[in-house]
Design a protein around this ligand. Structure first.
Ligand SMILES: *Cc1c(COP(=O)(O)O)cnc(C)c1O
Length: 235
């Protein structure tokens, strides 16, 4: 576990790495958002990351997220993203709590989020998760499915699609993920050519502790970093 005072140092090193990766690819580092993946991280450690300038926490489980939100309520400039797997029956309590939901896996989830957002009278911003490695253990649309389903998704008036998200297959070499990141960027480019009214493709959420620099070189606008900030999680 990374000690408290080292959390700040880790965040500052990650910022430097983000800046360098942006520079290598001729991008503006201010266009890249750092999402701290805070699953299993206790609130005092999250607070340390906030002191280091983190402004977005990404949570995987609704209950854990709601508890932390309530403990950190009133913290200025803090927003919460949902990055984990979505359970349909929990969508009702999720909608409206997160600035962005990264991980919409299928049309049924999109439809249910839209329905609950409509009930609340406020649109919900989301990303569509793409299963780039076509892994059975992961959720998400295939590239083909998403293109086919987008005209229907586009009709959901309270779903604000802002882009795509992916978690490539795990590999020890970050370069292994590069073709998957390229694939996600190309898919977003392809979607931009479709005649859609509501769907936007501004955001690409890709890259974790392991490979966020490669993801930035390939166009990530959001990177989700956990263990490099907080240390290894309990397994
Ligand atoms: C945990 C998690 C991360 C962060 O993973 P690290 O390898 O610890 O950086 C990113 N994205 C998702 C969806 C996660 O669940």
């Amino acid at each position: 576990m990374i000690p408290l005072n080292d959390i700040r140092q880790a965040v500052s090193q990650i910022r430097d790495d983000v800046g360098r990766a942006a520079q290598r690819s001729g991008r503006d580092p201010s266009q890249i958002k750092l999402v701290a993946a805070t699953k299993f991280v206790e609130v005092d450690r999250v607070q340390e990351a906030l002191l280091a300038g983190i402004t977005i926490c990404g949570e995987n489980r609704l209950q854990e997220a709601l508890e932390k939100m309530s403990l950190l309520r009133g913290t200025p400039n803090l927003s919460w993203h949902f990055i984990g797997r979505i359970q349909k029956r929990k969508i009702r309590s999720m909608v409206g709590q997160f600035e962005l939901i990264h991980s919409v896996e299928n049309y049924e989830q999109a439809q249910e989020i839209d329905r609950r957002a409509q009930e609340q009278g406020t649109p919900q911003a989301v990303l569509l998760e793409i299963n780039v490695g076509q892994e059975e253990t992961k959720g998400g649309f295939s590239a083909l499915e998403v293109v086919k389903t987008l005209p229907e998704i586009d009709r959901l008036t309270h779903l604000q699609v802002q882009g795509l998200m992916a978690i490539p297959p795990w590999a020890s070499d970050p370069e292994t993920a590069r073709p998957y990141f390229q694939q996600l960027r190309e898919l977003a480019d392809q979607i931009r050519q479709l005649p859609l009214a509501r769907v936007h493709m501004h955001e690409l959420s890709m890259g974790m502790s392991q490979d966020f620099q490669v993801a930035i070189e390939e166009g990530a606008t959001m990177v989700r970093v956990g263990s490099r900030i907080f240390g290894a999680r309990p397994t």
